[in-house]
Design a protein. Sequence first.
Length: 237
Amino acid sequence: MSGQIMVQRAADRPRTRLPWLDSSHSFSFGSHYDPANMGHGLLIVNNDDRVQAGTGFSTHPHEDMEIVTWVLEGALEHKDSEGNRGLLYPGLAQRMSAGTGIWHSEMNPSPTDDVHFVQMWVLPDESSITPGYQQLDINGELDKGGLVPIASGTGRDAAITIHQRGAELWGGRLRPGETVGLPDNRHVHLFVAAGSVELEGAGTLQEGDAARLSGAGSARITAGAERGAEVLVWETA
């Protein structure tokens, strides 16, 4: 296995803490600007967010961005200016294409429980498209094990589509001790959303850790023996 693997520990990620939000950023985001950390391949945002009960992100705009949201615990309510509404929960793949411009809100509708989710932004391969929205429950596929295609612009039969022909997102709820191979692409970003994994060539990654693989081939990961792992894996050309 050639190429490079860079591990980013959870404790080393920039963090935004507000009374209602605890957010960790894999890349430059908001006031956390670092010109040397603007993304990995086409992935430019990977935020690990915890939002308190009854709060959330009020209506705000986006444009020319493919935004994928993946809930780990709790529920998140989506509303946008195109009339789309959705209740996001674990195992539901969701994509919003901002295109020419869209306003949306993401609120935690629960009066008692926090919501934990990962939001990921990928650059589109065409600007000024018509804004769009898509969601699909894939819990049945995830329960089979292995890596499941969540979002794809490559033409693969994934749960949801993105407007970027060079990008694909895989997800897995790996059983304790389960081993899978990562995609072999120019840029691969592995995020451990829950549990832990052993990454070939890099060692143990705990919850909240990430690894950036650059031309590293199809490295394997093995889920921790106690809890297993939930992982999100982007590959971009």
